[in-house]
Design a binder for this molecule. Structure first.
Ligand code: NAG
Length: 257
């Protein structure tokens, strides 16, 4: 069951440029020369599988970035980031991903998408669960701090499209992206130091919550590998310029043969 944006979302910036429509079933964010706009979830979560359907800015979206991310508060914050970097009409968007742990990032990857993200709504999911696969290798993994969902559309034409060469064409403004079917049925809401998953009927580590223990089985590893082979255009783990002292430990995790 999808939630209602009136109930679950606060519009936090953009002076009227982000709007809840259709009785709470649809949400739009927009960007013009004066400002972008954005929203956040009312709830904070500690572990979640969150789904949202998004239809990105169509046509000439060069220089715009639509971000969709989970983030905690404060200087040593955790963040799981999806950023969609716009492009000229007919040229591909880039999906830029990053993870911040305790304020440290430098974990960027970039992908082309295998579909047109502007032609229709597509479902984007963030699965954040306590399996510390990466942490086991000595890397901090977002674990302790509750995070909130954020999304926004803004001007990033100093870096987004072809490294900043292509600027926003303001004659095409306003730029608008749409959202629907925000699904937090598989999210543990965090409030006053307790989790909604932490009741007697549904213990926090209950194995009835499949998403909480989902890890990459062989078939999903295989799919991920195929996407990486065909669509990945940047990986911090293969960029020696980023890590003159050597790559971070998770880069040495073994992958499929
Ligand atoms: C935009 O299109 C150009 C030309 O196809 C491509 O090099 C670039 O990676 C695309 N995406 C972005 C966000 O720059």
């Amino acid at each position: 069951m999808a939630s209602n944006f009136y109930k679950d979302i606060d519009i936090i910036w953009g002076d009227g440029r982000a709007k809840i429509l259709n009785n709470g079933e649809l949400l739009s964010v927009s960007l013009d020369k004066i400002s972008g706009s954005g929203f956040q979830s009312k709830n904070e979560y500690l572990y979640a599988k969150i789904d949202m359907q998004i239809k990105l800015v169509p046509g000439n979206s060069a220089g715009t970035v639509t971000a969709f991310y989970l983030s905690s508060k404060g200087e040593y914050h955790d963040e799981i980031d999806f950023e969609f970097l716009g492009n000229l009409s007919g040229d591909p968007y880039i999906l830029h991903t990053n993870v911040f742990c305790q304020g440290k990032s430098k974990r960027e990857q970039q992908f082309y998408l295998w579909f047109d993200p502007t032609a229709d709504f597509h479902t984007y999911s963030i699965l954040w669960n306590p399996l510390r696969i990466v942490e086991a290798f000595g890397v901090p993994f977002p674990k302790y701090q509750p995070m909130r969902l954020f999304s926004s559309l803004w001007n990033a034409d100093n870096w987004a499209t072809r490294g900043g060469l292509v600027k926003i064409d303001w004659s095409k403004a306003p730029f608008t992206a749409y959202y629907r079917n925000f699904n937090t049925n598989n999210a543990c809401v965090w409030s006053h130091g307790t989790s909604s998953c932490d009741s007697n009927s549904q213990p926090f580590f209950s194995n009835t919550k499949e998403w909480m223990w989902a890890k990459f089985d062989y078939s999903s590893q295989y799919k991920l590998k195929r996407v990486q082979d065909k669509y990945m255009i940047y990986n911090y783990c293969t960029d020696p310029k980023r890590f003159p002292q050597g790559f971070p430990p998770e880069c040495y995790l073994t992958h499929l043969p």
